[in-house]
Each structure stands twice: as C-alpha cells, then as structure tokens.
Write a protein that binds this ligand. Structure first.
Ligand code: NAD
Length: 490
C-alpha cells in the first residue's frame, strides 16, 4: 500500500526541465538519477540541463520579465496565495516526496511544508505593501520621489537539505516583487522543486515566470547563467566555499547577490539556565533534519557546573531516538544525505576522540543499506578539534565546558561564521548582554529553532549577505529609484 502510494507519487513528479511553461527533455537527452538515501535505490531519472538548456531558461525569464513586472501586484499576490492553498491540499504528498528524496522523518517533512508554505502566504501579503516616498528637498527647490522597481530576472540556487522551504523562500519574494526566475535545485534533491513548479502551473502562474533547470553539471550551467548580461540578481543558499566562488563570478557583472551560507552555531548554556528548556532546545537545534541544517547547533558551550547534568540528560534523550527510513512510524533520525556525509561525521568524531574528547553515546556509521550515522554525544571536546571549526552537518552533539561569561562569549564568537546562536539563561540582563555581544545575524534566546517566514533570516560574517523572509526579504528583489522634480510652486 505504502509502496504503491510512493510509486504513484513519484510517477506524478515531472521529469523534464520546466522552461517557458513547458516540460521538455534536456539537450541530447541527458539525464541524472535521484536516489533514496535510506536505501541507496534509484527513485527517478530526470533531465540534466546543459549550458544551452540553461540559456533557454534565461531566454524565457528575460522575455517574460516585462509582462510579469507590469502585472498588477494584486494579481501576483493572488497567484502566490493560490499556491499556498494548493500546497495545503497537497501537503502530505510534498512531505512524503521530501522524505523519500532527502531522508528526513515524515513528521519533520510535514513541518517543512508548513514552514515553506508560509513564505507563499507571507509574500502574497507583503507584495502590496512595498512603499515609496514623496517629499520636499531640504532646500525647498525640488520634490524628491523614491520608488521601488523589480530588479529583473533572477537566478536562484538552492541546497538539498530543505528542498521545499529553500525554494519558496526565494521564489515567493521574487515573484511578489515582479521578478521572473530560473531556479536550479541541488542535484541530490531536485524532485520537490519540479513538483512545486507543477503546483505553480496549477495555481495559474503565467508561462516563463518560473523556470526550473535540474542538472548534474551545476558549475558550468550556473556560471553561464551568472555571466549572462540579462541576469540582474543571484540568490544562493549553500556552503560558504561555493558561495565565495559564485560571488567572484557575480563580481564581473556587478550582479546583485543574496548569499545564505554555512553556519557554526554556538549553543550556550549558562549556570542559571532552566535545564529542561535547554535540553529541549538542544535536541531541536541539533537533531532536526538529522543535524543537516545551516542553523544546526554545532558547538555546545556549557557552564562547567551544569555540563555533566546537561550531558547526562541529552544522552538519555539521544539513546531514546529511533533510527530508520523517515517514512516508518516513530522514526526520529533518518539517514544522512549520502555516504560522503557519513564519512565526514565519522572523521570529525574520530579526530575529537583522538584529541581527548569523551564519547558518551554513538560514534559510528551504521552498517547495511543507506547512509546512516549513529546519533552521537561527545563531552570535554578540546579546543583545536576540527569538529569545533567545521560545520558538522550530522547528528553529533559536541560539548565544551566554560567557566566565565567572557570565556563563553569568546568561544561563541571564535569562528568566521555568524549565522545563528542559541543562549539559555533565566537572567534577563545576561540575555540582553548576549544579544549585544554575540556576532550572529539571528539568536534563539531560550529556544532551539528560530526560523519563521515573518523574520529576517540571514547571517553575519562569512554566513552570508542579505536577508530572506520578513519585511526585508522582498527588498532583495527590488531596486530603488530616486527622482528629483522642481518645486511645482516655484
Ligand atoms: P553546496 O554549496 O554544495 O550546494 C548548494 C547548491 O549549489 C546546490 O544547488 C549545488 O548543486 C550548487 N553548486 C555546487 N557547486 C556549484 C558550483 N561550483 N557552481 C554553481 N553551483 C554549485 O551546499 P549543499 O551541500 O547543497 O548544502 C549545504 C550547505 O548549505 C551548508 O553549508 C549549509 O549551512 C548551507 N545552507 C545555508 C542556509 C542558509 O540559509 N544560510 C540554508 C540551508 C543550507
């Protein structure tokens, strides 16, 4: 029964490129295969775009831009709202599809559908609230008019870890602002974006406004698009090294960019924290998405007086996890995205243990089919361990003890990343000091998950440029024009 439902769903996902409102095969029939990380089995074969296919998508986005930009805001907003409604109707299918191609447990996939959908609703509401200004210049000789305009065709590149939400977080504000787009999902999880493009078609989106190129050759296809003089905007979510490479390409054309890059989030537990809240927050901040979130807590910086009790409680919770394919009832930890991710987690844990960290639980890859790694807790992780410097992107909770508030702040800030931090304290003054002292674009103060469509999501330092969501998100796709006219009374 379940297998039948999965096959019917996979058969319903388009396998072509979506260009100019049509589904088409790639040049020379090139394909790529998508597999289930829980079993390693191939689940679907889809088109793999060439540079020429990417150019065709760019042609469609550029040709459609004038008419989409001129479409009344209300019409654009209502299409987004219809897309939101359709997503609610199809939420079980989207959740199952993400679980199959990415591995996250079904309950979490449902959470992502809810979160991802909110960007459609939020930007359908924001679309009509873009404001201009009119006023006299200080000298009184003229009138200044400030207006906002869609920046133009945009290229959106998304990662594999949140296949729906990373797409809607970019597509919704772009469309609300009046931009057309070419979106390139990650080759590991392209099916959700293809299925979402079909939903947009059903919501009445005109042909050519959203174009999807799936490809096994991201580098050349993306570079040709980024260097296309008709492109006006690049929005990328992914790792910092790839973001840096794309920024260099974008620099030649002085392209507007938004970069949502990697993280190395500190999770600071003070001696005055409510430990129940801290443990709850830690489980969410670390193990959601099997640790594969840019916002995942990477370093648990815990006051020495509560470090042991905190470690005991999180270990107890981790030992109660159920590991398996995300479609199975009660599973809380699914597979990692691929065997490379398993090898990386293994290597980081081995490095920490070899330097003197204590392994409380887990610590090994799981033999058999699929890319599974045991949920792991490490304590007394020594400074210098690679796991404190690198984004773990796996279910490994690494604890470092501290003694003073200054030391906690220094440890938390000692990274080139600055996406998010988590702080647990019952002291209001200390919480306020942390807001001012921690160098991150977002903070969870006594909470372990911060993402919300209404909030400006984004990082400081090498975690990125720009913001997605909130009132800020739509401005990533708008450009400002200032016009001066003479004083009409002069
Ligand atoms: P990645 O950088 O490997 O890939 C991201 C996207 O870029 C994919 O679509 C990929 O196909 C494409 N890509 C890869 N190499 C490319 C190249 N040379 N030229 C053009 N495109 C290329 O990242 P990933 O492994 O898919 O995702 C995980 C990373 O994403 C982590 O570092 C995570 O922190 C980050 N991330 C950040 C946020 C955020 O909002 N800050 C959200 C989710 C994920």
């Amino acid at each position: 029964m379940t297998e039948n439902r999965e096959s019917a769903l996979l058969a319903d996902v388009p396998e072509g490129l979506f260009i100019g409102g049509e589904w088409r095969a790639a040049e020379a029939g090139a394909t790529l295969t998508v597999s289930d990380p829980a079993t390693g089995a191939t689940i679907k074969t889809i088109a793999s775009a060439s540079v020429a296919d990417g150019k065709a998508a760019m042609d469609a986005a550029a040709d459609t831009f004038p008419s989409w930009a001129a479409t009344p805001v209300r019409e654009r907003a209502e299409i987004l709202r219809r897309a939101f409604d359709l997503l609610q109707e199809r939420k079980e299918d989207f959740a199952l599809l993400m679980t199959i191609e990415m591995g996250k447990p079904l309950a979490e996939a449902r959470g992502e559908v809810a979160y991802g959908g909110e960007f459609l609703r939020w930007f359908s509401e924001e679309a009509a609230h873009v404001q201009g200004r009119y006023g006299a210049n200080p000298e009184g000789t003229g009138r200044m008019i400030v207006t906002q305009h869609p920046v133009g065709p945009a290229f959106l590149i998304t990662p594999w870890n949140f296949p729906l939400a990373m797409a809607t977080r970019k597509i919704a504000p772009a469309l609300a602002a009046g931009c057309t787009v070419v979106i390139k999902p990650a080759a590991l999880t392209p099916l959700t974006t293809l299925y979402f493009a079909k939903l947009l078609q059903d919501a009445g989106l005109p042909a050519g406004v959203v174009n999807v190129v799936t490809t096994a050759t991201s580098g050349p296809v993306s570079e040709a698009l980024i260097r296309d003089p008709r492109l006006r905007k690049l929005s990328f979510t992914g790792s910092t090294p790839v973001g840096v490479a794309l920024l260099k390409q974008a620099a030649d054309g002085v392209l507007r960019t938004s970069m949502e890059l990697g993280g190395n989030a500190p999770f600071v537990v003070f001696e005055d924290a409510d430990l129940d809240k801290a443990v709850e927050g830690a489980i969410a901040a670390k193990f959601r998405n099997i640790g594969q979130a840019c916002t995942a807590a990477n370093r648990f910086i815990v006051h020495r007086s509560v470090a042991d009790e905190f470690a005991r409680r999180v270990t107890e919770r981790v030992n109660g996890f159920r590991i398996g394919r995300g479609t199975e009832d009660g599973v809380t930890i699914g597979p990692l995205i691929d065997d490379r991710a398993v090898a990386k987690a293994s290597q980081l844990v081995e490095d920490a243990v070899s330097r003197g960290a204590t392994l409380r639980t887990g610590g090994k890859a799981i033999e058999g089919e699929g890319s599974f790694y045991e949920p792991t807790v490490l304590t007394e992780v020594p400074q210098g361990s690679e796991i404190l410097r690198e984004e773990i992107f796996g279910p490994v909770l690494a604890i470092v003890p501290f003694d003073t508030e200054d030391e906690a702040v220094d440890l938390a800030n000692s990274t080139e990343y600055g996406l998010v931090s988590y702080v647990f304290t019952e002291s209001i003054a200390r919480g306020q000091r942390m807001i001012e002292r921690l160098e991150t674009g977002m903070m969870g103060l006594n909470v372990g998950v911060v993402s919300n469509a209404a909030a400006p999501f984004g990082g400081w330092k090498q975690s990125g440029l720009g913001r997605e969501g909130g009132a800020e998100g739509i401005h990533e796709y708008l450009q400002t024009k200032y016009t001066l006219t003479p004083n009409p009374f002069a």
